[in-house]
Design a protein around this ligand. Structure first.
Ligand SMILES: [Zn+2]
Length: 291
């Protein structure tokens, strides 16, 4: 995979984010904080912002999926040791790395099968409201760091999966495409294609470059947006987090349980520190009440 151009751009984006933050800090100085407003006021403000926008893009992370019960892969809870794989000897990041896939495929697939099988998991209110917004022409795109396919399952069409998806899999030798059953239902410890090659997930592993097409789509969408909703992400995973540096629109909206240290402008932007499902549920209810 040729990643030179993509990575170069991402590095620049990261620099941009830092400069952007400084510029915004200056604006923020002396401005009132937006933490104290009541939830209803914030929902009303969110509606105002969306009504004032023509090109809304959603940028989401793990917090969007946790409300559906998708486990945090970094936690080793619920792992059971079998086939002599002793997970406690490994860091979670190693277990999802390219090195592990290549050097210790038995360990990789054991962990992957136990942690990454989200086939039975259903979308939650956040996924559903976003899909509904897209249907009504109120949302242009979802950019997600999640790999569970739940946005599409809820009905979203324009979804840029910048870390890939567990629902797509392919043979590392001949490229033949497989669905996720090929890994999760295989009786082989390391799943193999008819050609003899190993079947792997189309997920960006540690040490691997992000998928170029999804990255280009995501950056393009963010660049054209007039409102960017950042939801369920603490913006700590790079380079994904640096993508928000491409946003030059009118309104930043942050919906995250924890406060994010982004230099928002209280006049035009909004931060809501609540679980994202709850916020979207309240927004949908407010919308129904009005219409
Ligand atoms: Zn093959």
């Amino acid at each position: 995979m040729n990643s030179n151009t993509g990575l170069g751009k991402l590095r620049n984006a990261r620099k941009y984010v830092i400069m952007n933050k400084k510029a915004f800090r200056a604006i923020r100085a002396g401005a009132r904080t937006i933490g104290g407003k009541k939830m209803d006021d914030k929902i009303a403000r969110l509606k105002e912002i969306l009504d004032d926008s023509e090109n809304v893009v959603f940028f989401g992370g793990a917090g969007v999926s946790t409300e559906s019960g998708v486990p945090d892969f970094r936690s080793k809870d619920g792992l059971y040791n079998q086939h002599d794989v002793r997970f406690e000897r490994y860091r979670p990041e190693y277990l999802l790395s390219h090195s592990c896939l290549v050097d210790e495929p038995e360990v990789f697939f054991e962990f992957y099968r136990q942690k990454m099988d989200t086939r039975a998991i259903e979308p939650n209110d956040a996924h559903r409201v976003l899909a509904e917004m897209e249907k009504r022409g109120r949302l242009r795109a979802v950019v997600t760091q999640n790999i569970d396919g739940l946005h599409q399952k809820a009905g979203s069409r324009v979804v840029y999966e910048i870390h890939g998806s567990t629902l797509r899999n392919y043979c590392m030798r001949c490229g033949r495409v497989y669905d996720s059953d090929a890994i999760f239902r295989s009786t082989e410890r390391v799943p193999h294609c008819a050609c003899g090659g190993v079947i792997r997930c189309d997920v960006t592993l540690y040490e691997e470059a992000l998928p170029e097409e999804a990255v280009a789509g995501a950056i393009g969408a963010i660049r054209r947006a007039d409102t960017l909703i950042i939801g369920g992400t603490s913006l700590t995973v790079y380079p994904a987090a640096s993508f928000i540096g491409y946003f030059h629109g009118k309104h930043w909206v942050v919906i995250n349980k924890e406060h994010l240290d982004l230099p928002l402008d209280p006049e035009s932007d909004l931060e809501i520190n609540r679980p994202i499902g709850e916020v979207f549920r309240a927004m949908a209810q407010a919308e129904n009440k009005r219409s």
